[in-house]
Structures are given as structure tokens and as C-alpha cells.
Design a protein around this ligand. Structure first.
Ligand code: SAM
Length: 323
């Protein structure tokens, strides 16, 4: 049923009207100064168990947090977080007041023993990152590993992650994918990392900073071949955008116009070009007449998206024999 502005549901959602004020399941919260919003509380009917709770938080829109995550954050003794200012803003939005302890790349090794000791004492702790799912290109892995090694309880409250959100919006095959995190910042190391995945029959999902995006895409085109790809930018935010195209075209676009905000790069799997569809041997012969074997293979891999290894073997067999 279409709900008009004047229905009870609309009044309750806007925080106006007598129904909203009386509903014990709704807590008032302020999203912007002077703008009343409401959200539903949820409890599972039992107390939160002690241990380490990994809690996903929004990657943009503050609405992308689960009711269970809010219950966990409301119930824990304290929250470990990357940046206390960022987490304080999120908790304030939902009317939650908790002690916040920094746990980030620069202090994790130093504070981990105290966190483990707190878990041994039976404390109930949440770990969040600035945005999205903790541990996914964010701190927490060593803490989880060490807690598990001691048999301490660890559980998760799942939610937003830029990697999965980018993947499902990309229009590229989601059935098999490799999440590859951030590539190295330098081109040589980046190309080496990419070379490990040239044959992988899966979509690749990568995080990248806006300033390196164009160079990174150019390296991907050179090493993986000119595949279909997508750049998912500012996901869940007001200026969300997904730009789809060949890697080379995307590299050219972002070379001209550096993107604003955060991006996820999604690259399709190697394309199965039927060998009959293109006369590979003829193309190789033409390229080998003017290029080295290595350069000919690289050029044809970029042109066709075919495997470098297959092309290399084929090119070796066709290289003119010395008289
Ligand atoms: N743990 C986070 C998660 O689960 O998505 C990722 C943290 S990682 C330090 C930050 C990177 O995630 C950014 O550089 C960007 O590649 C990606 N990212 C985070 N939020 C994003 C958003 N709203 N839109 C696009 N990419 C985002």
C-alpha cells in the first residue's frame, strides 16, 4: 500500500504524532539539529554474552546499521574503535553513551595484551572500525586470532562492507570473486601483485584511494588485459556513482578527472574469447614482426583479454626459427 504523508506510519516515522510518542519500542534521536527521527529498538530477549563482538557500522548512510548492532553497542562494557571521534558521532546519533578506547594500526600491538586480559576477566567488548566491517582492510585480525587461540569468545554482528556493496552494484559476475584489499602504492609492486591473478577465473574486488585510481587502473589494464570493470564511488552516500567500462577507458577517464571520495574497483574475470573469433596466430605473427616476444604477448593480452601464459606458449611456437 502506498503510504501518503498523512498516514499513521508516516507520522510515526517522522517522529510526529501521538502514536510515535507512545510507542515504547521507539527512541527519539536527533539526526540533524532540530530534526527529530525515530528508530526501532530490538532485543533478542537475553543479555549480551561476554566476549569480543565484531560490529559492522555504516560505510556512508547512517541508516545502514542493524538493529542487532545497536543492541550490541548499547549492551557492551566499552567499544574499541579506530577513531574515537568518528565512533562517538555514530553512537551519539543513536543516543548511545559508552566508554570508547582507541584500537588502531598504531597502538594495536601495545594495547592488545590489555584487551585480551579484559576478555579473560569476562568483559563484554565491541570492536568497530571507522566504516564498514572491522578486519576487512581494517584493524582487528591479530586481536581475533589471539582471542581465538586462547579460547575466548568472539562473535560478529554483520552489516555494511564497501567490497560487497560495490560487487553487487557492478554488474559483473558475483558468483566467484576475490577480494584483494588495497594494491601496493608503487607501480612495480602493484603490477607484480596483479600478475598473480591473471589466470584467476573470478571477479576481482579491490579498494583504492582516489589519488592513485587512474594509475592503478592503467596497471590493471596492462597486466590483466583490457577487461570490463566498474568503479563504485561514494557508496550509500548522496553522490553515489557506479561507472562501468573497459579498464583502459576508466583509466583514461580518471586520469582526466580524479574522483572525489572513496572508491571500490571491481574487475571482471578473464573473458572467454572463442579462439575462432579472432585469428590469434595472424595477430601474433604481425606483432612479432615489430615487437619482442614479451611485448607482443603483452599487447595481445591487453587487446583480447586472453591469458598471457597461453599466448606466450603460442608465440614461442610461432617465433621464426634461426636459420
Ligand atoms: N572495513 C571497510 C569495509 O568493510 O568496507 C573498509 C575499510 S578500508 C580502510 C577503506 C576503503 O574502503 C576505502 O579506501 C574505499 O576503497 C572503500 N570504501 C569505504 N567506504 C566506501 C564508500 N562509501 N564507497 C566506496 N568505497 C568505500
Amino acid at each position: 500500500m502506498k503510504q501518503g504523508r498523512n498516514t499513521g506510519a508516516a507520522r510515526a516515522a517522522s517522529g510526529k504524532g501521538a502514536g510515535a510518542a507512545r510507542d515504547p519500542n521507539r527512541l527519539p534521536c536527533l539526526s540533524k539539529p532540530g530534526v527529530a527521527a525515530t528508530f526501532q529498538t530490538w532485543t533478542p530477549g537475553h543479555a549480551l554474552e561476554p566476549g569480543l563482538h565484531l560490529v559492522a557500522t555504516p560505510i556512508g548512510s547512517l541508516g545502514d546499521i542493524t538493529l542487532r548492532a545497536l543492541w550490541v553497542l548499547r549492551s557492551v562494557d566499552r567499544v574499541l574503535c579506530e577513531d574515537t571521534r568518528v565512533t562517538a558521532r555514530l553512537l551519539a546519533h543513536y543516543g548511545i553513551v559508552k566508554p570508547l578506547d582507541p584500537y588502531h594500526d598504531y597502538n594495536a600491538d601495545r594495547v592488545r595484551p590489555a584487551v585480551l586480559a579484559a576478555l579473560r576477566r569476562g568483559e563484554t567488548l565491541a570492536l568497530v572500525s571507522d566504516a564498514g566491517t572491522p578486519l576487512v582492510s581494517d584493524p582487528g585480525y591479530k586481536l581475533v586470532r589471539e582471542a581465538l587461540a586462547e579460547g575466548l569468545p568472539v562473535t560478529a554482528s554483520p552489516g555494511a562492507s564497501a567490497a560487497l556493496t560495490g560487487l553487487i552494484l557492478s554488474g559483473l559476475p558475483p558468483d566467484k570473486f576475490l577480494f584483494a584489499g588495497f594494491l601496493p602504492p608503487r607501480s612495480a609492486a602493484r603490477r607484480k601483485a596483479l600478475a598473480a591473478w591473471t589466470e584467476l577465473e573470478a571477479t576481482l574486488v579491490l579498494y583504492e584511494g582516489p589519488s592513485r585510481l587512474a594509475a592503478s587502473l592503467a596497471d590493471m589494464a596492462a597486466v590483466l588485459g583490457d577487461r570490463d570493470a566498474a568503479i563504485a564511488r561514494e557508496l550509500t552516500k548522496r553522490h553515489e556513482e557506479v561507472r562501468r567500462g573497459r579498464l583502459s577507458a576508466l583509466a583514461a577517464h580518471y586520469h582526466e578527472t580524479a574522483p572525489r571520495g572513496e572508491v571500490v574497483v571491481i574487475v571482471g574475470p578473464p573473458e572467454a574469447i572463442e579462439p575462432e573469433a579472432i585469428d590469434i596466430d595472424a595477430r601474433l605473427d604481425a606483432l612479432l614482426r615489430r615487437l619482442s616476444l614479451r611485448d607482443a604477448v603483452t599487447a595481445l593480452a591487453e587487446e583480447t583479454g586472453l591469458s598471457r601464459r597461453v599466448l606466450y606458449d603460442r608465440a614461442l611456437a610461432r617465433r621464426p626459427k634461426a636459420p
